[in-house]
Ligand binder design. Structure first.
Ligand code: RAM
Length: 363
């Protein structure tokens, strides 16, 4: 087997080892294929459709990766894509963008919401105009969308994060959370899950959450908030940042200061590789995430299925998502709801010194 083929197989294995990652059939069959030439299997399912994605905000590589996956599938399936990264991570910025998409008459809008309730009126207006609405990454109130492409179960993310805090504090002492915006549905849900788990299980009784700080998914503000936490809490042991922007900013502060405070949370491997390590030189021993490109791809397939009316958003609806590993996907109940659905991409994935070098090349 030639060297190129081996690396292609490794790349394919790395992608498929992650939940809902695509399978590159051609790579496995064709020795001459290059990664760039590898093609997914498409069926023109979005022919004639215009599908929009509205991320949380511009300037966040995570959001760009989501949009990349969404674009790849919409265009691959023969549709037209509209990508909107609002100016700031606020509901107002998203409302302005969604109003303009309503005027353009797009067929579907996938939105990563900056606020659970503030988009309600504009999303209801869009649905009244016949536009299919779905969320990805960060949800709205479930009556304001057909379904939600959820990157990982809220409980699973909360459990992974609180267990990391437990592990890295040695089971007792102070920790702080550095979050994104105070209104973000996804971060707030994960933080609530962490708190609920700590309150319900004696195991976590000696952990002391001193503050939830908000860096608003802005790098400089996240840097400033990290510095403030270090000054305010001299006994702080761990910072947990459930945001890719926050964790990257905090990682640099802690590493530059050679701080004894240890970091964990949700981070992009490509941004965090230089900070992941088990020794004193590195600020973050390990962290978690999922594949944001796949989350965008899943949202595109969901949008197509809604516009095609293959699904309505009802629990137990099922649809094909091209060559994504877990296709077909089934819509499951949100919590114990009998009415409202979500689609889970997969479990959170752990990145540590053993695997970070491989994954930093992927996303
Ligand atoms: C940031 C955003 C996004 C979140 C990730 C983990 O990029 O806040 O919504 O899912 O972090």
């Amino acid at each position: 087997m030639r060297r190129k083929t081996v690396s292609l197989l490794l790349a394919a294995a790395m992608m498929t080892s992650f939940a809902a990652a695509p399978v590159f059939a051609e790579e496995i069959e064709t020795e001459e294929a290059t990664q760039e030439e590898a093609e997914h299997v498409y069926t023109n399912a979005a022919d004639g459709m215009t599908l929009a994605i509205v991320t949380k905000a511009a300037g966040n590589p995570y959001n760009e990766k989501e949009a990349e996956g969404f674009t790849e599938v919409v265009e691959g399936e023969g549709g037209t894509v509209v990508v909107q990264h609002p100016e700031s991570a606020t509901a107002d910025a998203q409302i302005a963008v969604i109003n303009s998409l309503i005027s353009q008459g797009v067929d579907a809008i996938a939105v990563a919401a900056n606020d659970t309730n503030a988009l309600s009126a504009v999303l209801q207006e869009a649905m009244d105009e016949g536009i299919k609405i779905l969320t990805l990454d960060s949800d709205v109130a479930p009556e304001d969308r057909a379904t939600f492409c959820n990157q990982a179960g809220v409980q699973e993310v909360g459990q992974s994060l609180i267990d990391a805090v437990y592990d890295l504090t040695g089971g007792e002492g102070q920790y702080a959370i550095l979050s994104a915006t105070s209104q973000a549905t996804n971060q707030n849900a994960w933080i609530e899950a962490m708190k609920a788990i700590s309150e319900e299980d004696e195991k976590y009784a000696s952990l002391d959450l001193v503050e939830v700080a908000y860096g608003d998914d802005e790098y400089q503000k996240s840097t400033d908030q990290t510095e403030a936490l270090l000054q305010k809490y001299p006994d702080l042991k761990v910072i947990c940042a459930p945001t890719t922007v926050g964790i990257a900013a905090a990682a640099k502060v802690l590493q530059d200061q050679k701080s004894e405070v240890v970091l964990t949370g949700l981070g992009l491997p490509s941004e965090m590789a230089e900070y992941i390590g088990d020794d004193e030189e590195h600020s973050c021993p390990y962290m978690f995430l999922w594949n944001p490109i796949d989350l965008g791809r899943l949202a595109a397939y969901t949008a197509i299925a809604l516009v095609n009316e293959t699904i309505t958003g009802a629990i137990d609806d099922e649809f094909e998502a091209g060559d994504m590993e877990s296709s077909p996907y089934t819509l499951t109940a949100v919590g114990d709801s009998e009415e409202f659905s979500e689609i889970i991409l997969g479990p959170p994935f752990k990145f540590d010194p053993e695997n970070i070098e491989e994954w930093k090349e992927v996303y």
